[in-house]
Design a protein around this ligand. Structure first.
Ligand SMILES: Cc1ncc(C[n+]2csc(CCOP(=O)(O)OP(=O)(O)O)c2C)c(N)n1
Ligand SMILES: [Mg+2]
Length: 275
């Protein structure tokens, strides 16, 4: 089935904002910056079946920046893994949707994440396992730019290249912001492309990681590297909070922000282009 990915992105954004607005607080900025990557993976590229979430040999997505859980849940619900009504239980007692991804709680989540750096190592391990099993899967993972200050990221990066894991395609959400300020002022990770290349990875830079067509092209390009003997890093230049201007304008203040039901409703109108 061919999906209209721009519409899919709007749906994911709206549902993310709605569930965080219902809860009253959440990692809204870092959720909204990764929507295009999620849409391209779950609605175009990944070999998955929402009716068989544990299907052998399926492609995997491991959201190492586990605080983007709400955006992943909105994606899974829109893709048919579970009822969209469940989204409004986000991070409340008894929910299947905790603020950070949990593979033991949520249908469709392939790895428990949230401790920055660890999900990426897990993705490398899953990619190695898939190679050994020869199941033909592609393993996708997503890290934050602040997260890439973690030493564990570079240990895993080195290992993935040493083991020639060309079935691993990673994204960096290069939104230039982290919890306490800009990445540049906290502990600059630039030049990112050169670093990944030096660690033995194919590197693809996407000028606008919130342009779904550019992300589609990058993933297509990355898949050509399937037999290159190297893992691939796609660096997405994104905007933290993309889609809702007042959230973007909060800058680093949009990391874990209060969002009221009224603000969420207005944000949804903005995303839908109704204002
Ligand atoms: C090991 C670890 N240290 C600290 C945190 C707290 N924390 C959660 S998100 C975050 C900022 C991450 O920044 P970035 O990777 O740029 O993600 P973004 O906020 O842009 O989505 C921090 C410090 C954590 N989850 N894990
Ligand atoms: Mg960031």
């Amino acid at each position: 089935m061919n999906y209209d990915l721009k519409e899919v992105c709007k749906d994911i954004r709206c549902d993310t904002v709605a569930c965080i607005g219902h809860l009253g607080v959440g990692h809204i900025g870092g959720c909204l910056s990764v929507v295009e990557a999620l849409a391209v993976l779950y609605f175009k590229e990944m070999n998955i079946d929402p009716k068989r979430p544990q299907m052998a040999g399926r492609d995997r997505f491991i959201c190492s920046k586990g605080h983007a859980g709400p955006a992943v849940y909105a994606t899974l619900a829109n893709r048919g893994y579970f009822d969209k009504k469940e989204l409004l239980t986000l991070n409340q007692g008894g929910t299947n949707l905790p603020s950070h991804c949990d593979m033991n709680r949520t249908v469709g989540i392939d790895m428990t994440t949230g401790s920055l750096g660890q999900g990426f190592s897990c993705a490398v391990g899953v990619a190695l396992g898939s190679k050994l099993e020869k199941d033909g899967a592609t393993i996708y993972t997503l890290i934050g730019d602040g997260e890439s200050q973690e030493g564990q990221i570079w240990e895993a990066a080195m290992f993935a290249a040493a083991k020639k894991l060309d079935n691993l395609i990673a994204f960096t959400d290069y939104n230039k912001l982290q919890i306490d300020g800009t990445v540049a002022e906290v502990n600059d990770v630039a030049p990112l492309a050169e670093k990944w290349a030096a660690f033995g990875w194919n590197v693809i830079e996407v000028e606008d990681g919130n342009d779904v067509e550019q992300v589609e092209k990058a993933v297509e390009h990355a898949k050509l590297g399937r037999d290159s003997g190297k893992p691939t890093m796609i660096i997405l230049n994104t905007v933290k909070g993309c889609g809702v201007q007042w959230i973007v304008d909060l800058g680093a203040g949009n990391h874990n922000s209060k969002v009221s039901e009224e603000q969420a409703a207005a944000a949804i109108r903005e995303i839908r282009g109704e204002d």
